[in-house]
Design a protein. Sequence first.
Length: 654
Amino acid sequence: MSLRLLVFQDMVRCAYPTKAFGPKPMCGIVGYVGFREATDFLIEGLRRLEYRGYDSSGVATIDEPGQISLAKSVGRIDRLVAALQESPLFGHIGIGHTRWATHGQPSDVNAHPHLGGEPGASSVAIVHNGVIENYVQLKQRLQLQGYEFVSATDSEVIAHLIDSCLTQSADDSNGASRGPHGRIDRLVAAVTETLAQLRGTYGIAVLFRDHPDVLIAARLGSPMVIGVGDGEHFLASDATPMAGFTERIVYLRDHELAVITADGLEIIHRDQGQVPNNVQVLEQTNEAVDLGGYSHYMLKEIHEQPETIRNAMRGRLNLDDATAVFGGLNLSTRRLRQVNRIVLTGCGTSWHAALVGEYLIEEMARLPVEVEYASELRYRNPPMDYKTLVFAITQSGETADTLAALREMKRKGHPTLAICNVVGSTIAQEADGGVYLHAGPEVGVASTKAFTSQCTVLALLGLYFGRLHHLGFDAGLRIIEELKSLPELVAGALKTDAVVRRIAEKYYRLNNFLYLGRQYNFPTALEGALKLKEISYIHAEGYPAAEMKHGPIALVDSDTPSVFLIPQGFVHDKVLSNLQEIKARGGPVIAVVGEDDTSVAGMVDDLIVVPKVPEYLQPIVMSIPLQLLSYHIAVLRGCDVDKPRNLAKSVTVE
């Protein structure tokens, strides 16, 4: 019995923090068992999960009974690949991981996979997403049993706990022989006993030194997806790595454990025992996660928006009744007509989309709408009666704060619906119903196409609830026609790319930006500022334009550009007055205006002209040049656009 350990260590600068930053994001897990060399899938899968954000990566394989081979590296996956080229790992079973540091700084020893058992003779290797809240107590107990810890992570306790349970099981058996089914029962029992001792969240995959044909996975609050092949099975923390390898997938649910071999898959629920495999079709194609000729995923996804908006509306516009239709709300029309208040909740970009939804639904349906940060709603106890409907807005469907808020609202008896992009995600499964965005995989950490798709779906919901209440037939038809023209209008906004790039070249060296808008474009200003912060690391703030004079105007100087979103509507002249306040104090002004607005050109330093669009659709069209501006500035500053520092695509714990 032996352990092969390969590490690749190098000095990592700037992009990798030396301590944990805020909430732990969703790291990436991959696994494989079958007839291929496991590392072929593991490395490809880890590359497809790079968008989640990470500071280290690693893989483990078993090439023969009695030997776990391990490779880990701080930094980008390319470093791990270079190490594997020098000293390859072989085997037809393996696990891999991309880690974002929380417990312990980025280092080779803190990177996953982690080993359990005696040094040099470890019996298991594990990868883990989530947080083990009671790891300190478990670690102390294991240390008293003689286990040595080499990392500062919470995850290593899982590996040693499984080894401890296996050792105890072997002692209890008194050396009795076990058949093939009996040995798997023993592995399942050891993992199950371990999970029962954990407090927190987890998605785990486990390799066993002496059982090179069995992979076990389990989840609680952290997603796990199994790909079903012919003579092989795949594992990952989302479906993206499966594209091109298999079209059949199974989503694990909370408290489920999967026993995976090359030829079989058995799923066991903690309370229900063995459950049927709910095999679903993976609609995602390999091309959907390829760059497709673009320099970055973010740029690709910006340019996909005419199609993703079209997909969000496909099959949901009903000309006969002048309304929107949804197949997944799972609430009767009578129940929905009784709704007298709507709560929209989300985090980050989804929260900005919710603010757009507040304006849309209140104007179209005359229903009061409240927008809540999910991280706050989960701890609040707001007065809400049984006629309140809660929408959780999320791209990934796994955001911990949004999920916790949804669960709290369900516990209080409120109907909960989701606006979500990922089929089979936890929020999609736990909500009473909802609406899928159908935007396809969004790889860039900074959300673009999901935001505009969310706003589009919220416009459809505004139309739907409006038609349930006071909105007339002719008004409904007008809105439908305006929505149908939206993809072409967004395509027109994308033509500003060259102009936006020239503006970016002018300002990219500056370190402070202000984004200003009113009414529908106030959330757009917030979203534009967030995009710039996320990928270029420039300080940026969004405000209602009229609020400038109540404090933020003190920040205005010649090195602080203000990006004005100037609507075509009743607040147009008001925004121009706010613009003059900035110009009077020497602040550069970049204006985004509609194509027939001739009143602004002589008043601003730089002008971006987008197609004319109704006010309620302006956040979608005007967000396009803001996305492009943040992209070009980030590229000019040499930033990693798709994988910005300190961020990840999904944050799955608080």
